[in-house]
Design a protein around this ligand. Structure first.
Ligand code: UFG
Length: 331
């Protein structure tokens, strides 16, 4: 089976590409290398291009003739999306529309879309299931929900079948595969905590201790990149075998507070790095935990790396590897 991967030079796309190659799929990557890295492509077939340019994506899909598309390419920073919504709607929505049009013109039947728990906004029910009302509270989440809705409508009026994966908090890496996230200015909690342990940032700031949670800090459902990546393959197999479209939460159904993450990271790194309490960050829901039963029930997906210690240990190995290979940040 031939799979076309947009954003395959990025953190999640490159790891899914790696798994697909190991499982004997034929793949091609399409990426503009704005946030991805050339080293993450490994030796994959590569199309350099930008989704906002319809001819570039059309040419690549016409040339590769995939059976399925996995669409990762997008901007993903919540705060930036609030300050520059146009940038998010143009890249995430218009880019996806171009890709879907190219897919339809070339009769690509299966479409796997990388979505986010941000589509729920501040959910009423925890754990949150796929049936929860979607009310995103920022343009990033809104842009992902718009693409979900576009896919729903288009699949009703065409041969296209989609699988939508709503990610919770993705973390961890695979040092053996030499794949992980290489971001000079990370915003994610686990990466920042480990950068504080390495002394790359002076301290970790806790964004608010007055939330209605057991220790006052926000709770999230952290999922290992290895399990998240495999879910894409399992969802593709499901929509193909069942010949139907569907939406899946991808998380473990277990939440950890910011303080708990910091304590576990201190134990794993054996470093007592400085921690400061700061103000709330805008737009943070107090608790986000997935109800991921649907994914486990309907597909072959089984979590294998679902211990928070494994996630943080693997992220720690990766941060040390990055620290000794600074050129990885560059391209
Ligand atoms: N946090 C800190 N200090 C930091 C970094 C984060 O206290 O230095 C806190 C945040 O306030 C939040 C928690 O740690 O409560 C997790 O924050 P992340 O930035 O790691 O992740 P988010 O939950 O904000 O974001 C994730 C995805 C987004 C997605 C969102 C859905 O990364 O893409 O979930 O709400 F949109």
């Amino acid at each position: 089976m031939k799979i076309f991967i947009t954003g395959g030079a990025g953190y999640i796309g490159s790891y899914v590409a790696y798994l697909l190659r190991n499982q004997d799929y034929e793949i091609a990557i399409f990426d503009n290398l704005e946030n991805g890295h050339r080293w993450a492509l490994k030796d994959s077939r590569f199309y350099f291009g930008d989704l906002r340019n319809f001819n570039q994506i059309l040419d690549a899909i016409y040339d590769f003739k995939p059976d399925a598309i996995m669409h990762f390419a997008a901007y993903i920073k919540v705060e930036e999306s609030v300050n520059d919504p146009y940038k998010y709607y143009e890249n995430n929505v218009l880019g996806s529309l171009n890709l879907i049009k190219a897919a339809l013109l070339n009769k690509v039947k299966y479409f796997i879309f990388s979505s986010t728990a941000a589509v729920y906004g501040i959910p009423k029910n925890i754990p949150v299931s796929e049936n929860e009302t979607c009310m995103p509270i920022n343009p990033y989440g809104q842009s992902k929900l718009m693409v979900e809705n576009i896919l729903k409508d288009i699949s009703k009026s065409s041969f296209l079948k989609f699988g939508i994966l709503r990610y919770f908090n993705v973390a961890g890496a695979d040092v053996k595969a030499k794949l992980g996230q290489a971001n000079k200015k990370p915003t994610h909690l686990i990466t920042r905590v480990l950068r504080a342990a390495l002394g790359k940032i002076p301290y970790i700031e806790i964004y608010g201790t007055d939330y209605p949670t057991k220790d006052g800090t926000c709770i999230r459902d952290y999922i290992h990149i290895k399990d998240l990546a495999q879910a894409h393959i399992d969802v593709l197999n499901y929509i193909k075998e069942e010949d139907k479209s569907d939406i899946f939460n991808v998380g473990y159904g277990k939440g950890y507070s910011v303080k708990e993450i910091i304590d576990i990271a201190k134990k794993i790194t054996k470093i007592d790095f400085p921690v400061k309490v700061g103000k709330r960050r805008k737009g943070d829901p107090p608790i986000l935990i997935a109800n991921a039963e649907k994914l486990k029930k309907l597909t072959n997906w089984e979590p294998k790396y679902n211990k928070i210690e494994t996630i943080i240990e693997d992220a720690w190995e990766w941060e040390k590897y990055l620290n000794s290979n600074p050129t990885l940040f560059e391209y």
